[in-house]
Design a protein around this ligand. Sequence first.
Ligand code: GLC
Length: 744
Amino acid sequence: MKKVFLLSAVLVTASAFAQKQPTAWRVDSVLQLMTLEEKVGQMNQYNGFWNATGPAPEGGDAATKYQHLRNGWVGSVLNVQGVEEVRAMQRVAVEETRLGIPLIFGCDVIHGYKTLSPIPLAEAASWDLEAIAKSAHNGAEEATSYGLNWTFAPMVDISRDPRWGRIMEGAGEDPYLGSRIAEARVRGFQGEQLNDPRSMAACAKHFAGYGFSEAGRDYNTVDVSDYTLYNVIYPPFQAAKKAGVATFMNSFNTMNGIPATGNQALAELLKEDWGFEGVLVSDWGSVGEMIAHGYARNLKEAAEQAANARCDMDMESLAYVQFLASLVREGKVSESLVDDAARRVLKLKFDLGLMDDPYRYCNRPGSWEPTTSPWAADAQELAEKSAVLLKNNGILPLVKKQAIALVGPMAQEKNSPLGNWRVSSDDFTALSLYEGLVQVRGEKRMTVASGPVFLKGPISFPFEAEINTTDTSGMHAVVKAAGEAEIAILAVGEHGFHSGEARSRMSLHLPGLQEQLIREVLKVQEHVVLVLYAGRPMILPDDITEQVDAILLAWQPGTMGGPAIANLLMGKRSPSGRLPVTFPRSEGQIPLYYGAYTTGRPGPSDAVFWSHYGDGPNTPAYPFGYGLTYSTVTYAATQVKQMGDSMAVTALVKNEGKVAVDEVVQLYARDHHSRLGVQPVRRLIGFQRVTLKPGEERMMTFSVTADQLSVATSEGERMFEPGTFSFWVAPHSAAGTSASIDWK
Ligand code: GLC
């Protein structure tokens, strides 16, 4: 009996005749062979649960999961490391189950696999969409050589709260920039053809609103207006869907009081209103977490709620595999929902080419040392483009003959620059800033001293790091080295594991003894360059930012961060990064973002009755879009004129300096009056990254259509309302000379 079924399944799916049929036909031809339990099995995803190249697991969860795998009750597995592991697990699915339906192998390939590019927020600071797409494709190329075919990226959550550690994983605060980057990343991961063995299915996550977790505390409640959802939070998801993203992942948080994983309204928006036909996977355990939310009384009810909210796959809650078939037989979940989910999963497997060749991602086994891999050069270039020069009084770029002291906890760091989402990379494989400087200028006339120990204990993905706030040993060596050099380069910041999932922080100041270290150095050395490593906006005290000569934000720059930052310091390339997120002066200002509404009392006023603080300014330390170069680029006043149904917005920009620079020319708009809903004081609607040679001037031209200025009502209807608009062609969100026009 089993052989007959197996044979018919193989014939149906892999025969030459079948391969010529439309995918829907092929999916249905498999679906009709499946039992209810096997359909539910396609909706079940496990984390890698045993060393598949070893003996079958005996006892415990692993044995249970192994039996489920052999029953054909597993559709996908995540975090399987190594192509032989993948092949061995796939063999069980293909050869030991009744129908032989292959597994999809997922993993968080967020900014690279073993060769890590800068963290996503850093990549966003490059505003270089082609480079970002290439980075995603490089990650896919490396990850697929290890047998994987589904990445849980891009994370497209907009966030305005740097206390939230996962701000490092997205593209910052702006829906326009976030949407363009979402498209680029989907394009990069998925390539032209999803069944290309160098491409992988992408996943728009976390649907939706996760970046608005209250108080910046991860997994916390989200309660936002529909107006914000439609105008700020949904656009990058819609952009990802329009770019053809194969999957979505729902989020841990509630939406209008209902957990996203069990939120039928959210699923209906995605699958009916937006017409999404791919797979909606839960987040890790988020089906089961509806019990903790107080929405489900038990796991069976959670399974019912998630299935009725059209969550197609259960990641690691074991809810569907235990209860969904009986829920269908009890009439609590319609079998048509199970069929729809199973169809979506099977379609993805056909689209990936797995149904025709389950081992197609196992044929390019590779293992590269990250710093010399085929993708290292791209990772380095993107790190160079992502760093943001926040201050420079002319001390940068350095010159080779200067005697420098490289000091601070990040000076020789080979682990932290990899960031938090390095689930497949190997710790300590980054090139440090010290190694980078040795490469680019040699080690002559360079001393190095890391200073006090930064973290007391080991640091790893699942555990907090204990920060040293008492042991100052090593401080003297730093002060000595800094005092004896011509220039001190202070490499400071937060550790790569201080941001990322579950890494929320109340303080955005430098952790530990670093501010004290900097002040000690400033007492003995007047020429100081600060290199800041961070996965989020950080706050530097005014006395420090005023005294240091330069500040270069390195973010967490990835495997090749050392050479990248060294090249910028030595002037091999001018910095060109622009902030994708606002840097506040104080945590008390959060949420602080450029695209805010004016309020009814924008002020300022002689009296106190306007929107302000009594103990500090409303303005940020560094605004969205801000970043310096090693030259000076001037912007003439913006011009605008009607051109038929659109507007032509122009401005002359000029590189006044002696070095070539990449300039990110930004286009902002303001709709001065809108009955559709109040509008932000500025809204990014376009940008162009251009290279300007010394002395070169260029007329920058943007064509603006009414659609680009449309507004979503709180019912989700996008409309354009004629009226008075202002436009800025500017270097950042707080600069430029505007031009206004009445749009009839
Ligand atoms: C995590 C994250 C999600 C990730 C998933 C699988 O908890 O929230 O972004 O893709 O689990 O690792």
